[in-house]
Design a protein around this ligand. Sequence first.
Ligand code: AMP
Length: 381
Amino acid sequence: MSSKPLPTLPILPGATLGILGGGQLGRMFTIAARTMGYKVMVLDPDFASPAGQMADVHLQADYTDHGALKQLGAACAAVTTEFENVPAASLIELSNHCRVSPGAAAVAIAQDRSHEKSWLREQGFATAPFALIDGEADLEAALAATGTPALLKVSRFGYDGKGQARIGTLNDARAAFREFGGQPCVLEGFVKLEREVSVVLARSDASECALFPVAENRHENGILDVSIVPARVPDSLAQQARDMARAIADKLGYVGVMAVEFFVVGGQLMVNEIAPRPHNSGHYTLDACVTDQFEQQVRALAGLPLGDTRLLSPVAMVNILGDRWHNGGPHWDALLAHDNIKLHLYGKEAARPGRKMGHFNVLDADLETALKLAEQMRHAL
Ligand code: AMP
């Protein structure tokens, strides 16, 4: 691959930005970047990629395709990613030719659950009790350490509750481990969740950090269902979550947008996961904050000053899954009849159960009123 000089920062509108991955997160990045006057090139193997539809150029190729990476690196001043499973080697390859954020090292930690959990423990961040499973022989001691019930989670490529099994006995654990093909896993003690919260933040090259307000998240079947902002937790706990998220970003030397998901157990925070990208629980920022998480991703990538993360209104975000396309829905008319609901659809053709098709944000000066309407629309849709 021929090298070109790395761009001087900040990279200004008119330049081309690239993104690895063309799902909904890539799509919203692309929209933000184009709104600001950048050109966007998306690399994604799927011809119907949601981001590809919005981009100036869609390179339809695999993330390890050297030719495509060369083209991307040559055309773009900077490249980012929208998902953690992009091969770290591809980020390294690209970084020889253009600016890349986040860096391969941080993505490598977040894309492997065993790695991530071990790193968090080494760095002194509280997590649910866990043990690493490399082979079936590890299960018995691991279960003794975590107690039951527990969850067995594959280390790589699990998402939205996929690649997870609930474990009550050693036999369950053995069966689940075999079902996952004997791949490395993490066994986690099942903790009694009072709430789940998350923090989305951006960190710049200059170690400047801008944190979005803490979101309270409700999951259904392991998939995010509703985010409520501001989170209904004591101020001190919200501040602790923000401090921990910032400390994690600092320790990773992170540049870009990332999210940290937490469990609240016995009034204390435990880190669940780090996402090296914008996050579903940050979609509320699209309508409720001065700067949204995707503009922030553009700003961090381009080396611009980070935007103001101030919350302009309480908000409830509801995910719209493919399940809604059954039984005659979705009823967009019911949703769009409300002047304080903002709809976002991702341009996906096939509405499979559990597939994230879009989301909507309900804004109201009173959080409980917003949440009530969100619940009502969740059912009416
Ligand atoms: P994950 O993919 O690991 O984020 O898990 C998806 C969801 O499952 C979480 O957001 C929680 O609602 C639930 N969950 C995951 N791990 C645990 C645990 N150790 N204890 C209790 N609930 C959990």
